[in-house]
Design a protein around this ligand. Structure first.
Ligand SMILES: NC(=O)c1ccc[n+]([C@@H]2O[C@H](COP(=O)([O-])OP(=O)(O)OC[C@H]3O[C@@H](n4cnc5c(N)ncnc54)[C@H](OP(=O)(O)O)[C@@H]3O)[C@@H](O)[C@H]2O)c1
Length: 317
């Protein structure tokens, strides 16, 4: 079957490490796994990290990339794939598809049957394919970790990214005052259109916020600390611009800040997210939909840094 996979690692030029070509059909490793026929997937920064060699070893190559998926189960029913799989030999106890088990950028993928969630009625496969990784991460950052129900205001750093646009759209739909930073004036205009107050990175906000959504890291972390209200939660799920910021500990203890790390979410949280989007007619921010036959273009778009929202792959086109 046709697949997009990492055939080697290239830290400086991850696109050069991407191969599109034939791979063997998936072989379910246990009786409770099934094969899903893919209909739509979406890219994540995770796929670029994999091509750079972050989280994979040479021994795991070639590795089919892709975490997100919507497809048809063996009975032909449309399903959303929850991408976290129990993995006893990983120190986390789990892994995301494309780490230990083949990913979703292929014609078919094998997953545990218990990872399949019915696609909500009325939701397009290309929209639902955005939800299981970036949107699930943003949902858990806001709800379980950020306790946004107790918050009036939220700051989202690096507003153009998949997690960041999800956090803005969800927090606005929850009725919060949302501030969002972006280096790019066009992205600031687009994030304003989603209902956020867009500002330049590092700008002083009119108020200190209760929850900060951090995926940028070193470039924005000091601003996140300075923008946080007493008892605020700074929730971190990524570090695109560096993972070793300097942290003013005086501010952390004096303002009684909570810095919380998180990764992905639970199956229950994915059910909640799907229901929230369905009930409130919230749909993901989609940068572009690219046919699977041009998957290399989708990677180039993500790598360019110009994308606003999710880059989606249509496997039916
Ligand atoms: N832990 C998890 O479960 C999980 C899940 C999904 C993603 N992640 C991580 O979260 C991060 C975000 O991923 P993503 O796919 O949403 O988006 P992304 O493509 O990594 O982009 C995030 C945003 O970061 C900002 N940014 C990048 N470099 C910057 C710099 N040098 N200075 C200031 N801002 C910068 C950009 O914002 P502007 O251009 O708007 O300024 C960009 O839109 C990644 O590191 C990813 O690995 C983690």
């Amino acid at each position: 079957m046709r697949a997009a996979f990492a055939s080697r690692f290239d830290d400086a030029d991850p696109l050069a490490a991407l191969t599109v070509g034939e791979r063997p059909e998936p072989t379910p490793p246990a009786d409770d796994w099934v094969t899903v026929q893919l209909r739509a997937t979406s890219l994540n920064h995770h796929d670029l990290w994999s091509l750079r060699g972050v989280g994979l070893t040479e021994a795991q190559l070639p590795m089919i990339l892709g975490c997100d998926a919507v497809g048809l189960d063996p009975e032909g029913r449309p399903v959303v794939v929850y991408p976290v799989v129990v993995t006893p030999n990983d120190p986390r106890g789990v892994s995301i598809l494309s780490e230990h088990f083949s990913g979703t950028l292929a014609e078919r993928v094998a997953v545990p049957r218990s990872n399949l969630i019915p696609l909500p009625d009325g939701m397009a496969a290309t929209d639902a394919a955005c939800l299981p990784t970036a949107w699930l991460t943003a949902w858990r950052m806001l709800t379980t970790k950020g306790r946004v129900a107790d918050a009036d205001s939220v700051l989202v750093q690096g507003a153009g990214g998949g997690v960041a646009t999800a956090a803005v759209a969800l927090a606005v739909a929850m009725g919060k005052r949302v501030y969002a930073t972006s280096r790019d004036a066009v992205k600031r205009d687009r994030i304003s259109a989603l209902g956020a107050i867009a500002v330049e990175p590092g700008a002083r906000l009119p108020e200190r916020v209760d929850v900060v959504i951090e995926t940028v890291g070193a470039a924005t972390f000091d601003h996140s600390l300075k923008s946080a209200a007493p008892m605020a939660r700074i929730v971190v799920s990524g570090a695109t611009a560096g993972h070793e910021p300097s942290v003013n500990l005086r501010r952390v203890f004096a303002m009684q800040l909570e810095i919380l790390g998180t990764s992905m979410g639970t199956p229950g949280e994915l059910y909640e997210l799907l229901a929230f989007c369905s009930d409130n007619e919230v749909r993901p921010v989609v940068d572009s939909v690219v046919p699977f036959s041009r998957v290399e273009d989708a990677f180039a778009r993500l790598h360019s840094g110009d994308a606003f929202g999710k880059v989606v792959i249509d496997h039916t086109a």
